[in-house]
Design a protein around this ligand. Sequence first.
Ligand SMILES: *Cc1c(COP(=O)(O)O)cnc(C)c1O
Length: 588
Amino acid sequence: MLTEFIVTPRIAYFSMEIALASGIPTYAGGLGMLAGDTLRSAADLGLPMVAVSLVSRAGYFRQQIDSHGRQIEHSDPWDPSTRARPLQATVAVPVEGRLVWVGGWLYVLESHVGGRQPVLLLDTDLADNAPQDRRITHWLYGGDETYRLAQEVVLGIGGVRLLGALGFQIRHYHMNEGHSALLGVELLRRHAYPPEDLLPGDSRYDVPLVRELCSFTTHTPVEAGHDRFSYELVARVLREPGSDQDFVEAATLKRLAGGDDLNMTRLALNLSEYVNGVAERHAEVSRRMFPGYRVHAITNGVHPFTWVHASLRRLYDRHVPSWCHEPELLGRADALVPDADLWAAHLEAKAALLDAVRQLTGVALDPGLPLLGFARRMTAYKRPDLLFTDLERLRSIAHTHPFQVVLGGKAHPRDVEGKRLIERVHLHLRELRDSVVIAYLPNYDFELAKLLVAGSDVWLNTPLPPLEASGTSGMKAACNGVPQLSVLDGWWLEGCIEGVTGWAIGSAPIAGADAARPDTGTPGAAAPGAESNALYDKLEHTVLPLYPAAGRDPSGWIRVMKGAIAKNAAYFNSHRMMRRYATEAYLR
Ligand SMILES: *Cc1c(COP(=O)(O)O)cnc(C)c1O
């Protein structure tokens, strides 16, 4: 069953989460979406990869929201046997002095043009494992730090071993975020010198060789966001049965991963010749956070075919043939696509979203009024409440320029502030009931994301700089001709041409100002209210007056829609991203 995949040497892409398809809950947010789009583009482009992730049988969670706006978390189990085939090999990894067997599933990701990529979903739920070990791969981002470290042992070490046992030839390893950095440790063990060849003081390991084999993409612009484990915990978890030898020489590990505790980002940085930040700005921030490392900047992208609504696919097929394979061709869409057809295709996507909103929430949105969309993980730095800073101002804007809002997003079960934000947003939703129609879609996921990014009229994004490493949902919106209104952070610093591809909230942050103390994670704060006022001003004076409501001439608005497609969808796509990774990281 693997024959077609093991003849060619492949690039192994390791990610804790990956969004493969609707109904497979092996992702939590943007990181997993990016991993999925990476594989989808590789499949279209015929770039031989193999993805390695966890099976996450219990999923992330399914979100329900009660009448008080409180998030209720349900488990979201899936049965891998319905979508994937069991792999014929198992390998063992050490966890707390026990041997844990790691098997897995082969999911074949199929491209709409026929390409196929293997995805290995690692699974410890095997009869030979002790009950607590059978659960290691159950909950995505669940459990305590011992559980997390055990998952990372399975992902990094188990993943490398399983690839070998199955006969894959791996020419390069790519770590998507630091969770999989232990793969580098496993590679060090494979590339160790025999003790008799060593002179006193020599490293036992061929670190330069391992560095040649690895690339690393970092996604986290603050120290506090990086996985760290105490060496006491590492010694306890990463212990071979019946042995008191270190898994890797302790001195080497501390040199590579940090003296005080094991920092997975630092480990990945030190074991990768090619390091990438996910946008220009994020690469700069990462260089300041980790001085001395060369951090490249291949800006993220999204998979065009996946994120473009059916109505717009038909439009592009007709006017920009081959756009799917060469999304750069979308750069011509502004000249080639007739205005009226684009508007009609958008209204079709909007109608599909409005249908879903009515079915899921009972809220009836008006297809004739501008609709602001905001959906992403609900967590403090994304500031879902920025729009609701001054309700009086919002009411007064809505009085002159009526608009409506659709929101969605899950908070991590342990993110107390994120859950409070969901409650607060629901409170505002009720307070504004008589002036602005607002719907909150529960259980934001792959399917809802597709509807939201295509059917909204404006995609809103209000992160606290510099905490949005890239952001990708605005790119998905651009693919559908939906302009973004966003704070200048992450990819929007590259993507925003004011009034042409969308609009900025406020002016460009001063380089360096907001990241002066990256190690404390304290962003430079704008004056209180300044950003919400900038948002209100832009909405009131620029965005809403341009919207073609009730008989107004639509050409100005459609020009911005076309700007989003021609200037941003043509560039911020994962085909461009993967062509760059291939030539600059993998084939270096
Ligand atoms: C694209 C996507 C994200 C990431 O959105 P950001 O704009 O990066 O915050 C999160 N969740 C889902 C379901 C997505 O499709």
